[in-house]
Ligand binder design. Structure first.
Ligand code: ZN
Ligand code: ZN
Length: 104
């Protein structure tokens, strides 16, 4: 892990998650990160953006073939996913998919 300074919001979220609470309101949670209310809220929000062809994270128009994120957020998301499962940059000749480098 890194000891990069964390923003207040991130620290709050981490604390809430660690204590088993909703990371938005701090109530006891029922899903991975949210209480009932906020889980529903997040889902609605996501669906609405998805239906409007917008990125579910930042709300920008979706400019790539991902079904839910814009190109920028998709890259971030993939990086985060990769970090979770032991981050190794892709190299030619190695297994795995090459990174997508493409101008929208
Ligand atoms: Zn909540
Ligand atoms: Zn986005």
């Amino acid at each position: 892990m890194t000891d990069k300074p964390m923003s207040r919001q991130r620290r709050w979220r981490k604390k809430m998650i660690a204590e088993g609470r909703c990371m938005i309101c701090g109530k006891p949670r029922t899903s991975a990160a949210y209480c009932d209310l906020h889980l529903r809220y997040q889902r609605n929000w996501r669906d609405r953006r998805r239906n409007q062809n917008l990125c579910i994270r930042c709300g920008a128009p979706r400019d790539c073939d991902s079904k839910s994120r814009c190109f920028k957020c998709l890259k971030k998301y993939r990086l985060a996913q990769r970090r979770k499962s032991g981050y190794r940059p892709w190299r030619e000749g190695y297994p795995g998919r090459p990174p997508i480098e493409r101008n929208p």
